[in-house]
Design a protein. Structure first.
Length: 284
C-alpha cells in the first residue's frame, strides 16, 4: 500500500487510519509542540519575525525532520507568523501591515510593546505531519487582547470536547461558534481546519461554525486539525496582495490556537500537546 494512502476512505473521502498510526502522529505532533515551546522565550520586544522563523527552521533541521511549509505552493518559510490583526498566513520577515491603531505600515518586522503573535508550525517526521499553532505576547498586552486570547483558547477546547465517534463536524463548529459569539466576538469563516496524516491537507474541511448534527460523522481513526481564528471585531477577512497574508477586514485584533487531533473509540487524543505546558502565553 502507498504510504500516503494507508487506511480506508469514507464515502465523504475522509481517511480512516489504523490504531498503529496514532504513534506516528504523536511523534510528529510532539516535535511541532517542542518547537513552539522552545520559541516562546524568543518572542519579545525588539525581536523580528524573520529571526523567529530562522530559529524555527534550524530547530526543524536539527531534529532531522522537514518543514511542510517550505516549498508549499511557493511558500519559502518554516512558519507562518501573524501579528495583531493578521488572521493567519503572516509571512516572517515581511513588513507588518497597518493595524487599527497604527498610522503607517511598519517599515520592518520588529515586534513592539503589546503585540500579540500567532506562530504556526507544521513538521514532517517519518512521513507524518504535525501541525499546531499558538499565541504569544510581546511585553504587556492590553486587557482586551488578553481576553481575546483567552476566549480563542477556550473556543478551541470547546470544539475538541465535541470530538467523539457518532458526533458530527457540525457539532464541533457549533460548539466553537456558540461560545465565541456568546462572548461578543467574531469567528472567522474564510479559513478552517483540515484533515492530515501522511499528507498536509486532506478532507474534511473542519469549519469553526455550524449546526449540530450536520456534516460528516466522526469515526475512530480520523485525524484532523481544529484551529479557530477569532476576531475582536467582525469575522470578515481579506487577503493582501502577497496572496498569503489574511487580515481582519475591520483591522481589529485576531487570535488563533490549533491542535492536531485523532478520534479514538471513546473520544480523542491530542497529538500536539505542549510538553512543558506553554500552550497558552500566560502559562509556564
Amino acid at each position: 500500500m502507498d504510504e500516503k494512502h494507508r487506511g480506508r476512505l469514507t464515502k465523504k473521502g475522509i481517511r480512516i487510519y489504523e490504531p498503529a498510526d496514532f504513534e506516528g502522529m504523536h511523534r510528529a505532533g510532539k516535535l511541532a509542540a517542542e518547537i513552539l515551546d522552545a520559541v516562546a522565550p524568543m518572542v519579545r520586544i525588539g525581536q523580528t519575525t524573520g529571526a523567529l522563523d530562522d530559529a524555527i527552521r534550524g530547530m526543524v533541521e536539527d531534529a532531522g525532520a522537514k518543514s511542510a511549509t517550505i516549498g508549499y505552493k511557493g511558500y519559502q518559510h518554516a512558519s507562518c507568523i501573524s501579528v495583531n490583526h493578521v488572521v493567519c498566513h503572516g509571512i516572517p520577515g515581511a513588513k507588518i501591515p497597518k493595524g487599527k491603531n497604527e498610522k503607517t505600515v511598519r517599515r520592518h518586522d520588529e515586534l513592539t510593546e503589546g503585540d500579540i503573535v500567532n506562530i504556526d508550525v507544521t513538521v514532517i517526521v517519518d512521513g507524518w505531519f504535525g501541525d499546531s499553532s499558538r499565541m504569544y505576547k510581546a511585553g504587556t498586552i492590553k486587557p482586551f487582547a488578553e481576553r481575546l486570547i483567552d476566549i480563542t483558547h477556550e473556543a478551541l477546547f470547546k470544539g475538541i470536547e465535541a470530538v467523539r465517534p457518532g458526533n458530527t463536524f457540525g457539532d464541533i463548529g457549533h460548539a466553537i461558534q456558540n461560545f465565541v459569539e456568546g462572548s461578543r466576538m467574531g469567528v472567522v469563516r474564510d479559513f478552517c481546519g483540515h484533515g492530515l496524516g501522511r499528507v498536509f491537507h486532506a478532507p474534511p474541511n473542519v469549519l469553526h461554525y455550524g449546526r449540530p448534527g450536520t456534516g460528516a460523522v466522526l469515526e475512530e481513526g480520523m485525524f484532523f486539525t481544529i484551529e479557530p481564528m477569532v476576531n475582536l471585531g467582525r469575522p470578515e477577512t481579506k487577503v493582501l496582495k502577497d496572496n498569503w497574508t489574511a487580515v481582519t477586514h475591520d483591522k481589529s485584533l485576531s487570535a488563533q490556537f490549533e491542535h492536531s487531533v485523532g478520534v479514538t473509540a471513546s473520544g480523542y487524543e491530542l497529538f500536539t500537546l505542549s510538553p512543558t505546558g506553554k500552550f497558552h502565553p500566560t502559562w509556564g
